[in-house]
Structures are given as structure tokens and as C-alpha cells.
Write a protein that binds this ligand. Structure first.
Ligand code: FES
Length: 292
């Protein structure tokens, strides 16, 4: 993958790894079933209830507010208008509230990205956001003691840092595919396609089969056979290596739970459902096709 200069620089920052090693499992444990936060709040933070990563929604608040603050600051500087000054201050406060919410949701998502490449970029993204937030808090304090010029300078520094951080956030989504639906390219056969002899599928077995080049998970529970996309929508984990809990399957990588009946996400970090396939048995063969 070709990468930009900021990303290449971050990849060289090995000092980030020990911080990530300490922080990531601590947050992940707090979000787990028996953790201090627990899965209900974890699902709220991930955006499982929304069907979309909540962090991506909230990041627009500080970016938009601080962009507005930069414009109001420039207008205040040019005109000396106190109305513009008040608007700039209010936009900074609004941005700080949004940044706090975005930080909490971002930490929850980051705790479940695994230990590979995006983890270091995600940590750098978070540290830059802390730096930007510190600049804006300092800016507000300076404005309160009537050092408006210095306050505007700190705000501009925060604005530049937050934009660099936003660039990394964009890279995590578009470059590293964090937060996207990893089943988006899943296109099973339109017509019924034989995948396995019925006699070869044991009860409660998680079996990966191939349906015209698409990996599919088939599971028999008594008289019923279920079929859903085998690659987890969160980051592509192999659901056939996960755990079966009744009619739920749990991903082995970061613990997302999906309903075999509907594909619905029961527990995150996944937010996108698993595609469900139609199943029938003909002449001793299990056949699947895309749901109509
Ligand atoms: S890949 Fe992360 S929960 Fe499945």
C-alpha cells in the first residue's frame, strides 16, 4: 500500500507501542462482558445501535466548530468586533464538548482494532487530538483573562493540529478500512448453489464453505440450517473459527456477536450486520443463494 509522509513518519514511532500495549487491553477489558463499562455501554459507544460507527458522526462536531471558530477569530482580528469574539469563544466551547464525546467513542473503537498497523496510527490520531484540545483549553483561558491575541494564536495551533489528526482519521477509514463494512463486496450466487453434502454437516458445527467464490458460514441447529457471510463485517475475522452460542456466532478476533437468523449485530465492536443467505436442501446437498 502506498502511504503518505505523515503515515510513514508515524510508522517509525516505535515508542508508541509500549503505550498502546498498556492502554489498549485495559480499555478493551473494561468494555468486555465482565468489565467495568460492559457491553451495553460498549455497544452505545461503538454505534452498534446506529448501524454506523458513532465516532465518525461525532468527529464532525469539533472539526466544524473549530473551523467556525477560526473564521470568527479572523473576522474579530480584522474588525475588532466583540460579537465575532463571542461567537469564536462559543464555537471553541462547543467544539470541546464534541471533542470529548468523539474521544470516548474513538477510544472504544481503537481498543478493538487489534495489534496490527492501524493501532499505532490510531494512537497517534488520539494523541494529536489531546494536543489540539489542550491548545483550545489554553486558548479559552487566555481569552478569559483578555489575552485575546495569544488566545487566537493557541486556537490556530489547535486548528492545525486537529486537521492533521483528521487526516489520520481519514486514512484509518479509507486506507486501513477501519469502521467500514468488510462484507461490502460479498455477492453470493443469485441462484441456488450447492455448497456441501447435508450428511457432512454436524449439528452445531461452524463450517466455512465456498459459494461461487464467496466464503459462507453454514451452521445446522437441529432441523434448521443457517447461512451467513463468513467474513466478519468488523475487520474480516473468520466466523467459522468463532464460538456458537445458541443461534448467535461470536467472532474470534474482537468478540462481535451476530444472529444467525437475521445477521443482526447483537454485540459490537461490529456495527454492520452480516449478510444472510437463503438455504435449502436438494438431493442431499445444502444449497445457498443471496436473500431476495
Ligand atoms: S473482526 Fe473484529 S469482531 Fe470480527
Amino acid at each position: 500500500m502506498s502511504t503518505s509522509l505523515p503515515v510513514r513518519l508515524i510508522e517509525k514511532q516505535r515508542w508508541l507501542e509500549p503505550i498502546a500495549d498498556q492502554l489498549q487491553p485495559t480499555i478493551a477489558a473494561a468494555l468486555d462482558d465482565d468489565g467495568s463499562i460492559g457491553p451495553t455501554y460498549a455497544n452505545i459507544l461503538h454505534g452498534t445501535w446506529l448501524g454506523h460507527p458513532l465516532h465518525a458522526v461525532l468527529t464532525d462536531v469539533p472539526i466544524g466548530s473549530w473551523t467556525a471558530a477560526a473564521v470568527f477569530d479572523l473576522l474579530e482580528q480584522a474588525s475588532g468586533s466583540m460579537a465575532m469574539a463571542r461567537k469564536a469563544d462559543a464555537a471553541i466551547v462547543f467544539g470541546l464538548v464534541g471533542a470529548t464525546a468523539a474521544a470516548v467513542t474513538g477510544l472504544a473503537d481503537w481498543s478493538k482494532v487489534g495489534r496490527d498497523r492501524p493501532r499505532r496510527i490510531g494512537l497517534a490520531h488520539g494523541l494529536l487530538n489531546i494536543a489540539a484540545t489542550a491548545c483550545y483549553v489554553t486558548s479559552l483561558c487566555l481569552r478569559r483573562v483578555h489575552s485575546r491575541r495569544a488566545g487566537r494564536q493557541f486556537a490556530m495551533a489547535g486548528f492545525m493540529i486537529s486537521n492533521l489528526s483528521a487526516y489520520l482519521g481519514g486514512h484509518l477509514v479509507y486506507g486501513e478500512r477501519i469502521g467500514v463494512d468488510h462484507t461490502a463486496g460479498f455477492s453470493p450466487p443469485e441462484d441456488f448453489f450447492p455448497v456441501l453434502a447435508e450428511s457432512e454437516l454436524s449439528d452445531n458445527e461452524l463450517r466455512r464453505v465456498d459459494a461461487g467464490g464467496m466464503p459462507v458460514l453454514v451452521v445446522r441447529r437441529g432441523m434448521r440450517i443457517y447461512a451467513i457471510a463468513e467474513m466478519c463485517s468488523h475487520r474480516g475475522g473468520p466466523l467459522s473459527e468463532g464460538k456458537l452460542q445458541g443461534t448467535l456466532v461470536q467472532c474470534p478476533w474482537h468478540g462481535s456477536c451476530f444472529s444467525l437468523e437475521s445477521g443482526k449485530v447483537v454485540n459490537g465492536p461490529a456495527v454492520h450486520p452480516q449478510p444472510v443467505l437463503e438455504v435449502r436442501v436438494r438431493e442431499g446437498q445444502i444449497e445457498v443463494r443471496s436473500k431476495r
